[in-house]
Design a binder for this molecule. Sequence first.
Ligand SMILES: NC(=O)c1ccc[n+]([C@@H]2O[C@H](COP(=O)([O-])OP(=O)(O)OC[C@H]3O[C@@H](n4cnc5c(N)ncnc54)[C@H](O)[C@@H]3O)[C@@H](O)[C@H]2O)c1
Length: 314
Amino acid sequence: MKYLVTGAAGFIGSHIAQRLLDRGDKVIGIDCFLDYYPRALKEYRLKSLLKYNKLEFIEGNLLKADLSKILKDVDFVIHEAAQPGVRTGWNSDFEGYSRNNIEATQRLLNMSRDTGIRKFIFASSSSVYGNAEEMPTTENASTKPLSPYGVTKLACEHLCNVYYKSFGVPVIILRHFTVFGPKPRPDMAHTIFSRAILTGREIQIYGDGEQSRGFTYVSDIVDATMSAIEKDIKGEIFNIGGGVTATVKEIIEILEKIIGKKAITRHVPALKGEARHTYPDISKAAEMLDYHPKVGLEEGLIEVVKSVKDFYGI
Ligand SMILES: NC(=O)c1ccc[n+]([C@@H]2O[C@H](COP(=O)([O-])OP(=O)(O)OC[C@H]3O[C@@H](n4cnc5c(N)ncnc54)[C@H](O)[C@@H]3O)[C@@H](O)[C@H]2O)c1
């Protein structure tokens, strides 16, 4: 089997590629090294992937790459590439969200439609819900994103749906809820908090710190992705969460315990674009994907801290 993993040098894409390579599959990875955060971290993730001779890595942009050539003989597309982040995208930087999320996804779907691909997995986000009307939130809740990022991820979901309905592209949409794990994105709160506590720097808490997230360990996301590929289903949307929620304050407390140091904190005004709480109902994924998250918050954060120490040399 041959897999195309987009965003393969990114946080989640690199973990998915690693799992596939570990089990002996052929992987084409593509990434354009967006400068949203330093390339060095993406190179660091890639270093462990490039040891496998079954990886063909392409430094390229989905907006320009010769996708018909790349998709030739590919069985499964796992589309993780995106411009992430709910805090930016309000100004002219929206162009990056529009191009790397909406346009890149449309191009990939369009080029996939006349190939023999057996599944197209799209990495969506809890951000499509905004402040969800129900907690826990099912896939049927209304989608009212609060951030430009969420708007573009929702637009991508609609594109997946129209390419499925009109051309039979076998899509599955996985709505990821706050993903954490080794080699994390530097802009994620748990990475920022870990680095700050380790180095004795101040943490800015936006708002009252009581906002909460459903956290998902990255290997659980990989399990859900593998299952979505293997099961005989298409045209479905699934929440992929870790079965555990925590507030910003609780995350800081767990990190203090793991690191063995008190955090220095200061409250600053809340930011626009962020939901107050996210809390997924994962019963659909449990039933149809046999998805059962395995890694808890504290054990996962221990791995985050180890990885942050290793990469940043702390
Ligand atoms: N990390 C989370 O908590 C989280 C939560 C919800 C959804 N998601 C989704 O999961 C996916 C992976 O997120 P991540 O956290 O690994 O982000 P990431 O930024 O670490 O990885 C995305 C990668 O895609 C690459 N990329 C972006 N545009 C591209 C393009 N046009 N052509 C080629 N490569 C391109 C980037 O260079 C980057 O390396 C994204 O689709 C994101 O929206 C992530």
